[in-house]
Write a protein that binds this ligand. Structure first.
Ligand SMILES: Cc1cc2nc3c(=O)[nH]c(=O)nc-3n(C[C@H](O)[C@H](O)[C@H](O)COP(=O)(O)OP(=O)(O)OC[C@H]3O[C@@H](n4cnc5c(N)ncnc54)[C@H](O)[C@@H]3O)c2cc1C
Length: 461
């Protein structure tokens, strides 16, 4: 049975585009954080939408579940197959569908296959005098299809929004093998429901995204990057609003004191140039650098500030920011939370939750960094030993998520639900919304062959 099925997969994609050897499959079977390990009959790499349709039909007839996979950089185990019989699962990896199909400079749009890496799209836009603003540290590996399926965020959300705001049209192979086509580059299109939105953030549960038309933007003429130090989050929010009044703010990242000291310990050769309770890495897009610098010095006259004076110093500051997760990883295991809150509630959340955690775990280290401008905190907790951290995860999650939800927050700002947060998804969203989401999943994928046991904590029939 297995051999005859494999022969059918080979007949669709060719012998060179299928991996069955467990050792070669390994990079596709484990998630980026090394938390989940799955099994698969094969990793299959289609090169065309027609091949994707054929693969989906074959899986449908044979009741084989499909794990759509892009760059496999998910931080919630969303792209990792389950740890069950190899016979029942196939990874459809989009990396061979990696062509930029066209760019339209008049309409400011780009038409790409879903397997293009994010970096390829950014670079292509740049080479053509345009700008694609999605920017995340995984850009060299993650793919546009994965970015859309997770509704990726990153550092520029305060100005450009999540990728949802950058998608004009999509092509998606549905679980029944039909092709949904909304490939247009219209800015306005009020023709009843905007169905492409269903697939943005669907985490591989409703079909396979094969193509996308994305918005492009004018390249910023100039950029000013700087670091400031503040005592409180309220002070940071006040500065953000002062900056908004004068400038086009495109990044406003926060780094807490514990994160600063962990980073400085592990990257001693390139320490933060300032230190305080909170550091803010900000970036402004500007047309007139001299004028901006003059106004900026007035706006920031009451805080310590370092302004980057060259491309090298700018890259250096962003390099520090990108290395924070690595520094944290070197420091030991932490329980990670990607939460968002109304920005006005962040100071209160941090005070309240620090008390909730320290009441039970006086030695806990709370490591905070993230995208303050859009209310997204990477809020990670480390206990005295790695063993204790692993053992107490469920309790720590409860303390963090309960406080975040009570203040109007979300348990997943940008990393998605995957298999990491299934139980919290059900608790966190409105029950009517949960049932609606389940019904949509059942309608589109009645056999539940697309990425099962992700998102929903209960069995979907
Ligand atoms: C160092 C690092 C930094 C990160 N920073 C950020 C950040 O700042 N902001 C942020 O939002 N995320 C961030 N992430 C998380 C991750 O990079 C994003 O979620 C990214 O969008 C995933 O893209 P991918 O191609 O790797 O998708 P994968 O990990 O392969 O898949 C993710 C989900 O999308 C589905 N999927 C993938 N491709 C398709 C497709 N073509 N059709 C349908 N479903 C598909 C999968 O089934 C899975 O559910 C970071 C990750 C790392 C490792």
């Amino acid at each position: 049975m297995e051999n005859s099925l494999l022969a059918k997969f080979v007949a669709i994609v060719g012998q060179n585009n299928i991996i069955t050897d467990p050792a070669q499959q390994q990079p596709y079977l484990a998630d980026w954080r090394g938390r989940y390990q799955g099994k698969a009959m094969a990793v299959v790499k289609p090169q065309t939408t027609t091949q994707v349709v054929q693969l989906v039909n074959l899986c449908n007839v044979n009741n084989i579940t499909i794990i759509p996979q892009g760059g496999n950089t998910s931080l919630s185990g969303a792209a990792t197959p389950l740890n069950q019989s190899t016979l029942s699962q196939v990874i459809i990896n989009l990396s061979m569908m990696n062509k930029i199909l066209s760019i339209n400079k008049e309409d400011n749009s780009i038409n790409v296959e879903a397997g293009c890496t994010l970096a390829k799209v950014i670079d292509y836009a740049e080479a053509n005098g345009r700008y694609f603003p999605l920017n995340i540290a995984a850009k060299d590996s993650c793919q546009i299809g994965g970015n859309i399926a997770t509704n990726a965020g990153g550092i520029h959300v305060i100005k450009y929004g999540m990728i949802r705001d950058m998608v004009l049209g999509l092509e998606v192979v549905l679980p029944n093998g039909e092709i949904f086509n909304s490939l247009n580059n219209l800015r306005k299109n009020n023709s009843y429901l905007d169905l492409k939105q269903l697939f943005i953030g669907s985490e591989g549960t409703l079909g396979i995204i094969t193509r996308a038309i994305l918005k492009l933007y004018p390249k910023p003429v100039g950029v000013i990057t700087g670091l400031i130090s503040v005592k409180t989050i309220f002070q940071a929010i006040d500065i953000l609003n002062r900056l908004y009044a004068h400038f086009s703010v495109c990044a406003f990242e926060i780094i807490g004191k514990t994160m600063q000291s962990i980073y400085n310990t592990h990257f001693a050769a390139n320490k933060f140039p300032l230190n305080d309770n909170w550091l803010i890495l900000f970036e402004l897009e500007t047309n007139n650098e001299n004028n901006t610098l003059n106004i900026l010095s007035e706006v920031l006259n009451d805080v310590s500030v370092v302004i980057c004076d060259s491309m090298v110093s700018r890259q250096n500051l962003w390099h520090i920011r990108e290395n924070l997760p690595l520094a944290e990883k070197i420091h030991g295991i932490a329980i990670k939370h990607d939460i968002s809150l109304p920005i006005s509630q962040i100071e209160l959340f941090i005070k309240q939750n620090e008390k909730s955690i320290k009441d039970y775990y006086p030695d806990a280290q709370i490591i905070i960094f993230g995208h303050l401008g859009d209310g997204n905190l990477h809020y990670n907790v480390q206990l005295a030993t790695n063993e204790q951290t692993i053992e107490q995860e469920v309790y720590i999650n409860k303390l963090v998520y309960t406080d975040a939800l009570s203040l109007g927050g979300s348990v997943s700002a940008e990393h998605g639900i995957g298999q990491l947060k299934t139980s919290w998804y059900k608790l966190a969203i409105d029950p009517v919304g949960y049932n609606l989401a389940k019904q949509i999943k059942q309608l589109l994928d009645p056999k539940n062959i697309f990425n099962p046991k992700k998102i929903f904590s209960e069995i979907i029939q």
